[in-house]
Write a protein that binds this ligand. Structure first.
Ligand code: TYM
Length: 338
């Protein structure tokens, strides 16, 4: 059966990038007929030190954002990663399948470790093994993510294929793990920084003006858009006219994604106009979509016990789906039956 899995790290606040690149897509997939499993990946978060109290809060906040964006605990399994020990167990097995050479090619490790790679945690280095385990633990077939996760997903596919080769019994388990299909789609798969059109919008950017947070209020959203970097040209007639204009392309893409319209359609309305006209229109659209989400997140955060109940219920269901698959995996590797 087709099955969707994806995860979001509880590090800092969620941004418009997380929303358009991921969580909005998670919501759309709920009606697709595929089973949907969405995870707050708290174990991934600690690959870089997190203040413990802040991690607890951020885990609930990401869950609140899931719910506020329309994820429904009746239609999807929503849970936090550390509540299902199978993720860690399968990550170990897969880290014995993955080759060091594969990990050495991961650009996210290089970016996050910075200059002093020797001082990065071993967990940051083996992060892709845990991510492959997240997906394969459920034999997920489809993984909706933003463009920045593409390389990790290719590694997850390679890992599944190598496990199948290493442990596939003749006539049996040759395709034990399905190769997970990345779903990198939608109008914008990479939302860029509001300050620099060559950098992705990120919750870890030191400048809060570079991003729109799902928790920003209407005035803050409007101010960030007003101050967003642009160029002096009016908007072009066609999408090709945006090719060499990363900031303009980003803002038009955000407008299109938030309104569910095509880029060509948006340009049809605004071609020939400058940003002094476009920015207020974009701010209005952004506030109308994001303000209700922010308000709902705040409301949900007033009742952390209810959030924890949603996560506990999801974790129980996630364990029920994954445990038989994990037991089969153990058997293939040659571990004694439990
Ligand atoms: P994370 O927590 O950095 O981001 C969560 C999701 O948001 C997407 N995203 C963006 N999309 C478009 N534009 C942006 N500026 C932008 N910023 C973030 C990310 O692509 C992602 O889809 N390694 C993952 C979490 C993870 C995972 C998994 C994902 C762990 N296990 C298994 C899928 C399947 C991460 O760090 O995402």
């Amino acid at each position: 059966t087709p099955r969707v899995f994806s995860g979001v790290q509880p590090t800092g606040k969620l941004t418009l990038g997380n929303y358009l690149g991921a969580v909005k897509r998670f919501d759309e997939l709920q009606g697709s007929g595929m089973e949907t499993i969405y995870c707050v990946v708290d174990m991934h978060a600690i690959t870089q030190w997190q203040d413990p109290a802040e991690l607890t809060r951020a885990t609930r906040l990401v869950t609140a954002s899931f719910l506020a964006c329309g994820l429904d605990p009746k239609r999807s399994i929503l849970f936090n990663q550390s509540a299902v020990p199978g993720h860690a167990e399968l990550a170990w097995i897969l880290s014995c399948v993955i080759r060091i050479g594969w990990l050495n090619r991961m650009t996210q490790f290089k970016d996050k470790a910075g200059k002093n790679r020797e001082a990065a945690s071993a967990g940051l280095y083996t992060y892709p093994a845990l991510m492959a385990a997240d997906i394969l633990l459920y034999k997920a077939t489809h993984v909706p993510v933003g463009d920045d996760q593409k390389q990790h997903l290719e590694l997850a596919r390679d890992t599944a294929a190598k496990f199948n080769l290493d442990y596939g019994a003749p006539g049996g388990a040759a395709d034990f793990f399905p190769l997970p299909e990345p779903l990198i789609e939608g109008t914008v798969t990479r939302v860029m920084s509001l300050r620099d059109g060559s950098k992705k919008m990120s919750k870890s950017d030191p400048s809060d003006m570079s991003r729109i947070n799902l928790t920003d209020d209407a005035d803050t959203i409007a101010q960030k858009i007003r101050k967003a970097k642009t160029d002096p040209e009016p908007l072009p007639e066609t999408a090709e006219g945006l090719a060499e204009r990363p900031e303009a392309r980003n803002l038009v893409g955000i407008f299109a994604a938030l309104t569910g319209r095509g880029v060509a359609d948006v340009l049809g309305e605004f071609a020939g106009q400058g940003f002094s006209a476009f920015k207020p229109a974009l701010a209005e659209v952004a506030v109308s979509v994001l303000a209700p989400i922010g308000a709902e997140m705040a409301r949900l955060m007033d009742d952390p016990a209810e959030i924890d109940r949603v996560l506990a219920d999801g974790a129980a269901r996630a364990r029920a789906v994954s445990e038989p698959l994990l037991e089969e995996t153990r058997r293939l590797v040659g571990f004694l039956p439990r």
